[in-house]
Design a protein around this ligand. Structure first.
Ligand code: PLP
Length: 355
């Protein structure tokens, strides 16, 4: 089967590019003595998690207990749930994951950690936690001033193992070395403060795709969790962390209407691409058609304005999405290709896992 035989819209992954991205990151982490724990939110496919582990990743990252359940299939596991999970049903499922794999959860409060400790204690399983600090994104994580208080609170809970510290530098969206320097001072300062208070932090886990190649500049950090790097996307290009030729995943769509002058409509809208905006105009980019602007979407329609070449109904176009992780989540299956040959079909087992 070739890409021309695929029904559209279809999300295809160029395996040569993906494999280059995977090896480049694995080599970088190895060269700098950083443990690599890829976030699987981007691909959501155990077979790809298995490839990351085979290339030397120390374990995998997920955001949900249900994603952890899916990633158990990636192989001998060491899972980090990088999200402050809460709720009785989640605790029940977390304990089951912990029976089958080493598991650690990032938390930023004693309130979130206490039920984990209780569940682990009563089930007789071991669950670790990382104390999360806000490194500047202002999403989750305690303020740096009270980080040691969080460590003390977590250390006082019977049933969990305090394994270290977590942060996510999602506020650094470009190659801003000054911001990386500020981050480095913050993290190394907190590691020192923690040590002075009697807390060794074996794991200091951070990292992202925009900061991927600057990770070694963050003193004290010893584990990185990039996710998007496996495929890259338009946002990664804009961040300066990759070039267009490093983007592995694109969506093939078909032109279904040219009725409105100066416009063509493709057979994918927000149900196919998601409506994530990029720092640049449009909901994705036509790599081979710079005159085309993907300016608007309904659920099933993509509105594309063009200045020159008019497409014909039935013509196929290829679009690089703004944010590949949310696009993958919308697809039941994605296809691995070499050139035009479709050589792999993966079901996205981790899609739609909300709990
Ligand atoms: C907690 C956490 N860690 C790691 C990542 C991976 O970041 P990126 O996709 O930029 O590689 C994310 C992405 O949202 C995240 O939320």
């Amino acid at each position: 089967m070739t890409i021309h035989d695929l029904d559209t819209p279809a999300l295809v992954v160029d395996l040569d590019v993906m494999e280059r991205n995977l090896s480049r990151m694995a080599d970088y982490a190895r060269a700098h003595g950083l443990r690599l724990r890829p976030h699987t939110k981007t691909h959501k496919i155990p077979a790809l998690g298995a490839r990351q582990l085979a290339l030397g990743a120390v374990g995998l990252t997920v955001a949900k207990v249900s994603e952890a359940e899916v990633m158990l299939a990636a192989g001998e596991g060491d899972l980090l749930i990088a999200y402050p999970i809460f709720g009785t049903e989640k605790m029940r499922r977390l304990v089951e994951v912990a029976r089958r794999s080493r598991v650690t959860v990032s938390v930023d409060s004693v309130e979130a950690a206490r039920p984990i400790a209780e569940a682990a204690r009563s089930a007789g399983v071991s669950i670790g936690v990382l104390a999360e600090v806000d490194a500047g994104l202002h999403r989750v994580g305690v303020r740096p001033e009270v980080f040691v208080d969080l460590l003390r609170g977590l250390a006082g809970l019977d049933g969990i193992a305090l394994r270290g510290m977590a942060f996510y530098p999602g506020h650094i969206k470009n190659q801003d070395l000054a911001a990386v320097g500020v981050l480095s001072d913050l993290i190394s300062g907190l590691v020192r403060e923690a040590a002075a208070a009697g807390f060794e932090l074996p794991v200091v886990s951070g990292g992202s795709t925009p900061t991927e190649w600057n990770s070694h500049l963050v003193k004290g950090m010893n584990e990185i969790r990039p996710g998007t790097y496996i495929f890259n996307d338009r946002n990664t290009i804009i961040s300066g962390a990759c070039q267009a030729e490093d983007c592995a995943a694109t969506i093939i769509a078909t032109v279904v209407s040219t009725a409105v002058p100066g416009q063509f409509v493709i057979d994918g809208g927000s149900k196919t691409f998601s409506s994530d905006k990029a720092a640049a105009e449009g909901f994705g980019v036509f790599l081979d058609a710079p005159d085309a602007l993907f300016e608007k979407m309904n659920e099933e329609h993509g509105y594309v304005k063009h200045a020159g070449h008019q497409r014909k109904v039935g013509e196929r176009v290829r679009i690089l999405p703004n944010h590949i992780c949310v696009a993958v989540n919308l697809h039941e299956r994605i296809y691995g290709v070499r050139g035009e040959e479709v050589v792999e079909t993966w079901t996205v087992d981790g899609r739609g896992k909300l709990q």
